[in-house]
Design a protein around this ligand. Sequence first.
Ligand SMILES: C[S@@+](CC[C@H](N)C(=O)[O-])C[C@H]1O[C@@H](n2cnc3c(N)ncnc32)[C@H](O)[C@@H]1O
Length: 416
Amino acid sequence: MTARVLHGDCRVLMAAMEEASVDSICTDPPYGLSSEPDCAEVLTHWLAGDDYEHTGNGFMGNSWDSFVPGPATWKEAYRVLKPGGFLLAFFGTRTYDLGVIAIRLAGFEVRDMVHWLYGSGFPKGGNRDGKGTCLKPAHEPIVLARKPFKGSVAKNEAKHRTGALNIDACRIHADDAQGGAYTVKRLKPGATLEKTGGNWRPDDGVAYHGEMKPGRWPANVVHDGSEEVLEGFPHTTSGLMKAGTRRAAQDHPGSVCFGTFGGDEAASDTYADSGSAARFFYCAKASKVDRDEGLDQFAPQQFVQFQTGNGESGAASSLSEGRDTQYRNIHPTVKPEALMRWLVRLITPPGGLVLDPFTGSGSTGKAAVLEGLGFLGCEMTEEYLPIARSRITAAEARAEIERAAPMQPGLFGEAA
Ligand SMILES: C[S@@+](CC[C@H](N)C(=O)[O-])C[C@H]1O[C@@H](n2cnc3c(N)ncnc32)[C@H](O)[C@@H]1O
């Protein structure tokens, strides 16, 4: 597998790439956390097929963050992606709407929104007399979109290997869902689970006691395992539901279920289990080891670590008081390895090529090579290139070692 990071504007670089040449796109584009735009003006430009230029700097005064990428950039991403290929893109909570409209205008179909919940955010916008102008940031939304294709998913997969998510590779096991501690209640001792026709079933057709083998179907929520987030999930118990069972529209007396969820049929067996509802993929924010892996030759610099969810007016919000904030990786918005590995694994066919048009310090590239995938990155800010390339090179060396002798999850402080 090859990994490359190209220097330049991704729109120009992607324009030079072959059509339908990448299997997935996983990226963390500029959030555009600058002054509030005139939406009508933005959309007028975008609908006319023009670019919209926003004045002012974005997060931490970074000019690259002044506005979300427009449809013209996403159209190039659309062109180079295979039919049925998925796009995952992070956004800030204040600008998610505009970021996703641009993706829709480029032709993508939006499939879902993933929430990454965390407890480390600080409320901003003043705290005088019990009043403020912002809520405490506690999640980052990630849009899941797909390039449309003709015909069935199966036919598209047979032709391009794209169109469906890698559910089994991303199932949630108790270790991944730290704090979940779920127990499987109705399995007979010694019985195992078998995969039949795409579904996991007890081998004797009866529910039994034992360990849950395949793990939970991945949800559109990821959390950081912090006490604060875990406390927000009540302990619940659920019964086993066989494939094809119709779920009642009202799960609890007094609750109402709107939309297509009400009365949905279970596509595959679900499990009778109990535990905290934090039975979702767990991933903490990027650790210092993760940020700085492969950067021994770079001098450590004092750095203000900050949140990226809803930062206000481009100002830094320091989470770093009292902490060691000397980093070799000086990129302000590093994403954690475990989260990026889970995301690229979810959307990329085995051995496929992942594109990140907004590479930054290379977190997607690190994840891709560790997952045995190819990687192509674009980054326009020159000073981030050596950081990205060195981190990816170090990850390639680690991937070699992992392949030879698989390691335990958690090497870098997060669940794998
Ligand atoms: C939010 S950061 C990505 C950070 C990355 N997730 C990481 O872990 O380091 C976005 C990056 O996109 C780059 N960028 C912004 N506009 C770009 C463009 N048009 N072409 C290429 N890179 C761009 C910025 O320089 C910045 O490093």
